[in-house]
Design a binder for this molecule. Structure first.
Ligand SMILES: Cc1ncc(COP(=O)(O)O)c(C=O)c1O
Length: 370
C-alpha cells in the first residue's frame, strides 16, 4: 500500500504566490455609515437605477458583450475605440497590465504609501518591485523616483490623486517620467480623477508608453458592479486585451455604464458635495488640532498617533466606519476618512468630535498640525 500523503502538502503554488502579500480589506460588518473605502456614500445616478429596473431575466442568461459599450466610452473621451479597454474594476486592470508587461527579473516602480493592489499584482509577476517611499510630507518624491528608473524598469504605476495620501503628481512630472522610461509602461491610476480635475487622458495617443486607468467605483457609485477602464496607445491596449477574458465585465455593468457617463449633472452634483464636505472635514480637524495632509480625493488622512485603533473603535460604536491606515509604510498612527454627501459628512464630523473626546485624545498624541 502506498504511503498516505497529506493532500495540502502535495500541491504547491508558484513560488511568487507563496511569497506574495495577501490583501484582506475589512469588508465584514459594514452595515453602518461607510467612511472607510472611499466609495460614493450615497447612490449612483437615477438614470442608472432606472436602467437596472428595465433589465430582463433573459438579459441575465447572455454572455456580456464589451465592444459596443467600449465604443460609447471611447466617444465620450474622444478616443479611438482601440484605445479603450473596459475592465472588472481598476483592480483587474492593474492585474492585466502586470500580466501583459512583466517577466520575472523585470523591475516595476511604485511610490509608497499607495494602493496595495499594485504590490499584489506586480509581485505575482516579478520579484523586481521597487518602492520609493515618500517623506513625512507624503508628497510625491519626484527626483528620487526619477533616479530609481533603470533600463530594467518595465512598469511604473502612479496613482494621482494617490490613496491613502490624497497627494497628486503634476502632468508635467508624469510626462517627464514617461519620457525618462521609454522602455516601460507608465500607468497613471486616476481612480479619484473627478475630485481633482486634472488628467493625462488627453496625452493618450501622443505618449506611446502612457496608459491611464479610470474607475466607475468612486464618483459614479458603481463599486458593486465592478467596472473600470484603461485608455492607452492601441498597441499597448491590444496586448492587455489578449490577456483579458472576453467576458471580464458583467452585462449589468455594461448595460448601465452609458447612462452613468451621460448623466454629467449627477456627477457634478456628487463632486460638489465632496468638495464642500472635504472643506468641512479639514476645518473640523484643524479646530480639533488633528494633523492632516492636503487631499485632492474624496478622503482625508489624519494623524491620530498611538490610539488610532481606539478612535476607529469609538467611531464604529457610533455607527461610522473609518479606515485605519497605520500598517501602510510611513503611516503609523494615520487614519483615513472618506468624504461623502453633506448629511454623511455632518454625521462623520459629529462622531469624530465625540469619539476623540471619549478616548481623551490630545493633539500631542498625533504630531499636531503640519
Ligand atoms: C488608487 C486606486 N486605484 C484603484 C482602486 C480600485 O478601483 P476598482 O473599484 O475600480 O477596482 C482603488 C480603490 O480603492 C484605488 O484607491
Amino acid at each position: 500500500m502506498s504511503a498516505v500523503i497529506e493532500p495540502t502538502k502535495t500541491v504547491q503554488p508558484r513560488k511568487a504566490v507563496l511569497a506574495m502579500p495577501e490583501y484582506h480589506p475589512p469588508l465584514a460588518g459594514r452595515d453602518a455609515l461607510r467612511l472607510d473605502f472611499n466609495e460614493n456614500t450615497f447612490a449612483p445616478s437615477p438614470s442608472v437605477l432606472r436602467k437596472l429596473q428595465q433589465l430582463t431575466s433573459e438579459a441575465m442568461t447572455i454572455y456580456p458583450e464589451r465592444e459596443p459599450v467600449e465604443r460609447i466610452v471611447a466617444d465620450h473621451f474622444g478616443l479611438q475605440r482601440d484605445r479603450i479597454l473596459l475592465t472588472n474594476g481598476v483592480d483587474e486592470a492593474i492585474h492585466l497590465v502586470a500580466c501583459a508587461f512583466l517577466d520575472e527579473g523585470d523591475e516595476a516602480l511604485i511610490c509608497t504609501p499607495t494602493f496595495f493592489m499594485y504590490d499584489v499584482s506586480i509581485s505575482l509577476m516579478t520579484s523586481g518591485l521597487k518602492r520609493v517611499q515618500s517623506d513625512d510630507s507624503l508628497t510625491f518624491p519626484f527626483e528620487r523616483f526619477l533616479a530609481a528608473i533603470t533600463p530594467k524598469t518595465k512598469l511604473i504605476i502612479i496613482a494621482s490623486p494617490n490613496n491613502p495620501t490624497g497627494a497628486t503628481v503634476s502632468r508635467e512630472h508624469l510626462l517627464a517620467i514617461a519620457a525618462a522610461a521609454p522602455q516601460a509602461v507608465l500607468m497613471v491610476d486616476e481612480a479619484y480623477f473627478h475630485f481633482y480635475g486634472d488628467t493625462t487622458i488627453g496625452d493618450v495617443g501622443s505618449i506611446p508608453n502612457l496608459i491611464v486607468a479610470r474607475t466607475f467605483s468612486k464618483a459614479y457609485g458603481l463599486a458593486n458592479l465592478r467596472i473600470g477602464m484603461l485608455a492607452g496607445d492601441a498597441r499597448l491596449i491590444s496586448f492587455i486585451r489578449k490577456v483579458s477574458s472576453p467576458y471580464n465585465v458583467n452585462g449589468v455593468a455594461l448595460a448601465v455604464l452609458p447612462d452613468a457617463i451621460a448623466d454629467e449633472a449627477y456627477i457634478n452634483w456628487y463632486v460638489d458635495q465632496v468638495h464642500g464636505g472635504r472643506e468641512r472635514i479639514f476645518a473640523a480637524l484643524h479646530e480639533l488640532h488633528v494633523r492632516t495632509w492636503p487631499s485632492a480625493a474624496n478622503f482625508v488622512l489624519m494623524d491620530i498617533g498611538p490610539r488610532h485603533k481606539e478612535l476607529c473603535a469609538a467611531m464604529r460604536k457610533r455607527g461610522v466606519l473609518l479606515r485605519d491606515r497605520s500598517a501602510d509604510p510611513g503611516c503609523d498612527g494615520y487614519v483615513r476618512i472618506t468624504v461623502g454627501v453633506e448629511d454623511h459628512v455632518t454625521r462623520g464630523i459629529a462622531a469624530l468630535r465625540e469619539s476623540l473626546a471619549e478616548i481623551g485624545w490630545t493633539p500631542a498624541e498625533g504630531r499636531g498640525q503640519a
